[in-house]
Design a protein around this ligand. Sequence first.
Ligand SMILES: N[C@@H](CCC(=O)N[C@@H](CS)C(=O)NCC(=O)O)C(=O)O
Length: 206
Amino acid sequence: MALKIYGVARSRAFRTLWMAKELGLDYEHVKIDFATGETRTAAHLALNPNGHIPVIDDDGFILWESMAINLYLAKRYGAGKLYPTRLEDEARAWQWSFWGMTEVERPVLTALFNRAILPENKRDPAAADAAEKTLAQPLRVLDGVLGHSANLLGANFSVADLNVASILAWARPAQIDMSAFPKAADWLKNCAERPAARAARQLQRE
Ligand SMILES: N[C@@H](CCC(=O)N[C@@H](CS)C(=O)NCC(=O)O)C(=O)O
């Protein structure tokens, strides 16, 4: 098999698994787990010196960073479908992907850890509430854009939607109240209900 995806589905590798499923790719799933120290072995560090997942090996081409991986896979295997053909739309796919990582990921993860992941006696409810407040600004931006088009680059679902929605997939377990952002909430629900997203979530339960 030409493509290997490293990383358990309950990590950020979920994003890449979702992408692979959208593209209908044949891949080998190497279930490196962040919780067992497997990301820090010499073998894994040789693939990704950061010691993180996801990583892909696409026929010998090694790539890490979830957004970069998804942009690469979409361009290589989904050009004209999940990946836009116009340069301007391609740039907007990068814009949304960088935006998701820089404006959204940190606060949603802070809320998630302090409401769901950390042991109860280690949770900081004030930090979670502050993170949710921080998140309101990017959610307002998202809601505004989605008031004008069904998806981030226009009518069709693209890599931009997948990348941002895969970061915001944590909003629900983080108990983020999306009621003030109805367009963003509907869009997120539509993204999450796509068969490929469901299939990737199923991998989290295996
Ligand atoms: N910015 C990176 C972050 C990757 C990352 O931190 N992954 C976590 C799992 S979700 C990880 O590998 N943690 C294990 C470790 O750092 O040893 C990306 O988006 O790919």
